[in-house]
Design a protein around this ligand. Structure first.
Ligand code: PMP
Length: 424
């Protein structure tokens, strides 16, 4: 795990092999070689401080759940236990609850995907999907192509299976097709086995950009031509601020795209319900891998999601979430424009949770973080989002959780820390 994972809820991993206390660890010689890729956080101590209420945290990616209809949900959960408790509290199949798999197909249809419920495997969040897919496809040393920067939890999974990550740059239109071709050609020349392209096409974590529609076919064509699978990770696709959706990569090339979905951002992250839609031939292996990892995803939580989708205006709920996030996006972009020193630049997300900021040369965001926390603002420094140490002039700001007022105050504090950093 990288240091920023400490600030990403749900992806903060204990890292025994390389923890700061390894001299005291009597098990040191026992760990599997793959644990070498799990690195401990250098800012774990800082994290405790960053979680204090006086610190404005723009670091974590926690969804803002305040708008959830808790009364309705508690009634629904009570009904579920009363009516169907012996099923809800029992083991289920590793494949997932059939009714939910059908509903998941309806959710995916909103982004142009036509899928059969048989090809959907329910997972414990899409994080488990990432882990399963990497487990299925990657031997040590295999290459995964990923956007640079990329999602810290995915980098953690790739490291855990000892895959080598090759980053391809993005611009404001997402992944650069020419860069992708170049990376694939170079890997081929070096005799490396590229297993898949891992991409987050919509409202990227951490970059905040979206893959332009006219690049989508091109990227699929490049991957097909090089015999490389596409892993499309799309937890934010329904969180476009104007209600806009983009055609999923999976919609155009079902045989070569594994799609990862999640209810974490459109419903409730703590239920840990996500899914993988795999090409038919891959699905059977996925179910076996999932079975060996967890036996089955939690039946109760799947039934909660299923009942919610069947009885609640879930699309209206997503609209409310989107409006909350848009208000926060407006707050952060307005504050950045007002306060940030000259020489800084940032992306302007049309959906999702994140802004990616680049600071002037000479400023190191990782080195600056303790000073920012002292000034009562926290962010995720850029290097955690790269497998290769790049990103020291970048940082991710998450606007999803704090109130607009706190966001503005956080950016004010950040700007003044940056200013003193630039004077040094
Ligand atoms: N992929 C991306 C791009 C994410 O941002 C996240 C959550 N931060 C996940 C996957 C994991 O989501 P979950 O396991 O909650 O579905």
């Amino acid at each position: 795990m990288t240091d920023s994972s400490e600030l990403e809820p749900g992806t903060a991993g204990a890292a025994p092999a390389q923890s700061g206390h390894h001299n005291l660890d009597p098990h040191l010689n026992r760990y599997a070689a793959r644990t070498a890729g799990m690195t401990a956080s250098e800012i774990r101590a800082l994290f405790a401080v960053a979680s204090r209420p006086e610190v404005v945290s723009l670091a974590g990616g926690m969804p803002n759940l305040a708008a959830l209809p808790l009364d309705t949900l508690s009634t629904q959960m009570a009904e579920l236990i009363a009516e169907d408790g012996l099923v809800a509290l029992q083991y289920g199949s590793a494949h997932g609850v059939p009714a939910l798999r059908e509903q998941i197909c309806e959710v995916m249809a909103m982004e142009g995907i036509s899928a059969h419920p048989d090809d959907v495997v329910v997972t414990v969040g899409s994080q488990m999907g990432l882990d399963m897919v990497t487990r299925l496809f990657c031997d040590p040393g295999d290459v995964v192509i990923a956007e640079g920067p990329s999602y810290v939890g995915a980098l953690g999974s790739f490291a855990a299976y000892q895959a080598q990550v090759v980053h391809v740059a993005m611009d404001e239109n997402g992944l650069d097709p020419a860069g992708l071709t170049e990376a694939l050609t170079q890997a081929g020349r070096q005799g490396k086995r590229v297993k898949f392209l891992y991409t987050i096409p919509n409202f990227h974590n951490p970059a905040g950009v979206t893959l332009a529609v006219n690049r989508r076919a091109e990227i699929l064509e490049i991957c097909a031509r090089h015999g490389v699978l596409v892993v499309e990770d799309n937890p934010y696709g329904l969180l476009g601020f104007d209600g806009q959706t983009y055609p999923a990569l999976r919609a155009s090339d079902p045989d070569n795209v594994v799609y990862l979905g999640s209810f974490s951002k459109t419903f409730a992250s703590g239920l840990r319900v996500g899914w993988v839609l795999a090409p038919h031939a891959v699905k059977e292996k996925l179910v076996l891998a999932a079975e060996s990892a967890t036996l089955c995803p939690p039946t109760l939580n799947q039934l909660v999601v299923s009942r919610y989708l069947a009885t609640h205006d879930w699309k209206g709920q997503i609209k409310t979430f989107r409006e909350n996030y848009r208000e926060r996006r407006d707050a952060i972009i307005g504050a950045l424009e007002q306060h940030m020193p000259a020489g800084c630049s940032w992306t302007k997300p049309d959906g999702g949770f994140y802004v990616w900021v680049t600071v002037p040369e000479g400023v190191d965001t990782k080195a600056m973080l303790p000073r920012a926390v002292t000034a009562r603002v926290a962010y995720a420094s850029g290097t955690g989002f790269y497998a290769d140490g790049f990103g020291s002039r970048q940082m991710r700001l998450s606007y999803c959780y704090p109130t607009p007022e706190r966001i503005r105050e956080g950016v004010r504090r950040l700007a003044s820390v940056l200013e003193s950093e630039m004077d040094l």
